[in-house]
Design a protein around this ligand. Sequence first.
Ligand SMILES: O=C(O)CCC(=O)C(=O)O
Length: 234
Amino acid sequence: MTVAPIEGLPPSCYYFHSFISPAEEEQIIKDIRRLPESRWTALAHRRLLSLPSNLTGSSHDILVDAPLPTYLDPIVARLKDQKFFEESPHRAPNHVLINEYRPGEGIMPHEDGPAYSPITATVSLGSHTVLEIYQKTEQGEREAKPTWRILQEPRSLLVTTGDMYVHTLHGISEIETDENLNRHNIVNWDLLGDGDLYESGRIRRQTRISLTLRDVVKVAKLGGAMKFITRGRS
Ligand SMILES: O=C(O)CCC(=O)C(=O)O
């Protein structure tokens, strides 16, 4: 795997097609689908699982110490091999947000915030998507239109860190078909594994599951976390 940042973006964002195999993708989707419906949080435009648990405490920034699901082991091992989390406090991701989007669903532009060490690793399963990156104005507000678009193929990995993490926002439009896909509009066009699939410039989305792996800075043992929760309520 060659580790080179995507050119044209603020430092630093890395894209790797075929980060996992089709067999691994199928197995992880099966493992996720095995989880009871009640574990998911249904939102207006996607559904969401937070594992090993939701962040807690009055600022929602504390993780109760627990392992990630074992079906993510191959992904975590590869992230460690590539030393992406080398500078984060636990030198590995300890939390995953699993988002499921049907065609037409997306996520509002947002920043990932200070609960996490400033590095995010996202693996896409089942479908491509287009992540839109927004810059901030001098007043710190989000610009009206995205400056860059990143095409994430199924089974790919996108790593965001540094200025990209701190100074930009990202979102996914609520559309069924991605259009205007070409080397002028897609910043990682030359890094795609299966570029031919997108040559027509448009492609319909399928149901996509994204795994967003991060390192939560504050981790507490169960007893310790209870103290934070109680304090937050008093
Ligand atoms: O699904 C994605 O690729 C983006 C997810 C995301 O932005 C988030 O979980 O904060």
